[in-house]
Design a protein around this ligand. Structure first.
Ligand code: TTP
Ligand code: MG
Length: 407
C-alpha cells in the first residue's frame, strides 16, 4: 500500500526468447533440415564450439558452448552449419520490430531475447496471456519462428518463466506464487548462477533453492563474498537481483547485462558490446547529453570485477564509435578465455548538451554521422516499424573470428 492509501500497481514484465534461435533460422531457410539435428557453430574437426543446436540435436546431449568435437562424437550424423550472423541479425530485427509495437518499455537484451514492461497496457491490448499469445502468433506468421514467453511481476522471474516453458512456451508467474515458483526450480535453473558457485554451495550441502533460501546471508557472504551473497539471497526469493540494469543517475549513462551461461566466445561478446553501445548512445542522444568517456565493466564468473575507460578528444557522436571503443577496451582488459558473467558499458562525465554547445558538437568531423544517427532515432521514436539503420550498425565485425565458419 502506498502512503496515500493507493494500492501499488502490479508490475507486469514479459521475457521473450526465441527457441534454438540460429538453428531454427537455418531450419526455416532450409526446409530439408526441419525435424533434424542441426548444430550451428564451428566446423567439426576444429577447436571451436557449438553456438546452438536444434531441439532434435539436444536429445543427443549437445549444448551451446560445448566443444564441437564433443558434439560430433555425440551425433556424427547431425547437420553441422556455420554461423550466418548477418542473417540472424536480420531475422532478429524483424522480431524486435514486432515486439516494439506493444510497449515503449521494450528492452532488447540479446540477439534473440527482450524484456517488455507491460505494466498498465491491459486496457490497450487485453490481458497479458492474450497479448502473449498474439505476439507468438504474429512472430510465427512473420518469420516461422517459435518462441517462449515468461510473464511475471519482475524481469528476473519473467526470464526464469520463459526458460521454464521452453520451447514454444508461455508461462505466467502470479505475484503471490513467486516464491513457490522459484522453489520448484533446480539451483542450476536460477539465472546468473555459474558452475563455480554451484560447486561452492555444495560444500555447505546447499543443493536446492529451498536450502539456499534457508541459508543466512552472512553464511553465503563468507562462502562467496558480499556481491554474490546479495545476488543469491534475492534470487532464491524471486526478487530481481538486477539482471539488466540501466543507471538512471544523471552524471552517467550505462547499461549492463548478466549472463545465464558465462561468455567466453568472441562473436557473442562482441554482439553484446554492440547491443550495449546502441543502447547507451540512444539514451545519450535522447536525453540531449554528451560525453567523451566510455567505461567498460567486466565481471568474471568468480565475481571479480574490473573497469577500464577511455576518453576521446572529441564527443562521442555515434554508436559505431562507442562500439569500436568498447571492443578496444575489451581487448585490452580481458584475460583471454576467462569466462564472463556480466558486461557493462557506460558514458562517464556526462554533460547536458546546451543549445550553445550544439554548434560545437556539430562542428567536428563526425557532424554527418551524428546527424544521420539522430535522424534514425527521431524516426524510430515516431514509428517503431521504420526499418532504417545505418549499414555499419547492422552487424558486429566478427569476420576475423569466423575463420572456420565462412557463413
Ligand atoms: P539462447 O537464447 O541462449 O539459446 P537458443 O535460442 O539457441 O535456445 P533456447 O531455445 O534455449 O533459447 O541464445 C540465442 C542465440 O545466441 C543462440 O541461438 C546462439 C547464440 N549463442 C551462442 O552463440 N553461444 C552460446 O553459448 C549461447 C548460449 C548462445
Ligand atoms: Mg533463445
Amino acid at each position: 500500500m502506498l502512503p496515500n492509501g493507493r494500492i501499488a500497481e502490479n508490475r507486469v514484465y514479459f521475457h521473450v526468447d526465441l527457441d534454438a534461435f540460429y538453428a531454427s533460422v537455418e531450419q526455416i531457410d532450409n526446409p530439408e533440415y526441419r525435424g533434424k539435428p542441426v548444430i550451428v557453430g564451428a566446423k567439426p574437426g576444429s577447436r571451436g564450439v557449438v553456438s546452438t543446436c536444434s531441439y532434435e540435436a539436444r536429445k543427443f546431449g549437445i549444448k551451446s558452448a560445448m566443444p564441437i568435437s564433443t558434439a560430433y562424437k555425440l551425433c556424427p550424423n547431425g547437420i553441422y552449419l556455420p554461423v550466418r550472423m548477418k542473417r540472424y541479425m536480420e531475422v532478429s530485427r524483424t522480431v524486435m520490430d514486432v515486439l516494439k509495437d506493444y510497449t515503449p518499455g521494450f528492452q532488447q537484451i540479446s540477439i534473440d531475447e527482450a524484456f517488455l514492461d507491460m505494466t498498465g497496457t491491459e486496457r490497450l491490448f487485453g490481458p497479458p496471456l492474450e497479448i502473449a499469445k498474439e505476439i507468438k502468433q504474429r512472430i510465427k506468421e512473420k518469420t516461422g519462428l517459435t518462441l517462449s514467453i515468461g510473464i511475471a511481476p519482475n524481469r528476473y522471474l519473467a526470464k526464469l518463466a520463459s526458460d521454464y516453458s521452453k520451447p514454444d512456451g508461455l508461462y505466467i508467474v502470479e505475484p503471490e506464487k513467486a516464491e513457490e515458483f522459484v522453489e520448484k526450480l533446480k539451483l542450476t535453473d536460477l539465472w546468473g548462477i555459474g558452475k563455480k558457485t554451484i560447486e561452492k554451495l555444495k560444500e555447505l550441502n546447499i543443493t536446492t533453492v529451498k536450502r539456499l533460501k534457508n541459508t543466512p546471508k552472512t553464511t553465503l557472504s563468507q562462502l562467496l563474498g558480499k556481491a554474490a551473497a546479495e545476488y543469491l539471497y534475492k534470487a532464491a526469493r524471486g526478487i530481481d537481483p538486477g539482471i539488466h540494469q540501466e543507471d538512471k543517475r544523471s552524471h552517467s549513462i550505462s547499461s549492463e547485462m548478466t549472463f545465464q551461461k558465462d561468455l567466453n566466445d568472441i562473436p557473442q561478446i562482441y554482439g553484446v558490446l554492440f547491443e550495449l553501445s546502441s543502447q547507451i548512445m540512444y539514451r545519450l542522444l535522447k536525453e540531449k547529453k554528451r560525453s567523451k568517456t566510455v567505461v567498460l565493466k567486466i565481471r568474471y564468473n568468480d565475481f571479480t570485477t574490473f573497469t577500464i575507460q577511455k576518453s576521446l578528444k572529441h564527443w562521442f557522436v555515434s554508436s559505431d564509435e562507442v562500439y569500436q571503443t568498447a571492443k578496444e577496451l575489451f581487448n585490452l582488459k580481458w584475460e583471454r578465455g576467462k569466462p564472463i558473467r556480466l558486461l557493462g558499458l557506460g558514458f562517464n562525465k556526462v554533460e547536458l548538451l546546451k543549445r550553445e554547445n550544439q554548434g560545437e558538437l556539430f562542428e567536428n568531423n563526425f557532424n554527418k554521422i551524428h546527424r544521420v544517427e539522430e535522424t534514425i532515432i527521431k524516426l524510430k521514436s515516431k514509428d517503431s516499424n521504420i526499418k532504417i539503420t545505418r549499414a555499419s550498425l547492422l552487424k558486429p565485425d566478427i569476420s576475423k573470428y569466423r575463420k572456420h565458419n565462412p557463413g
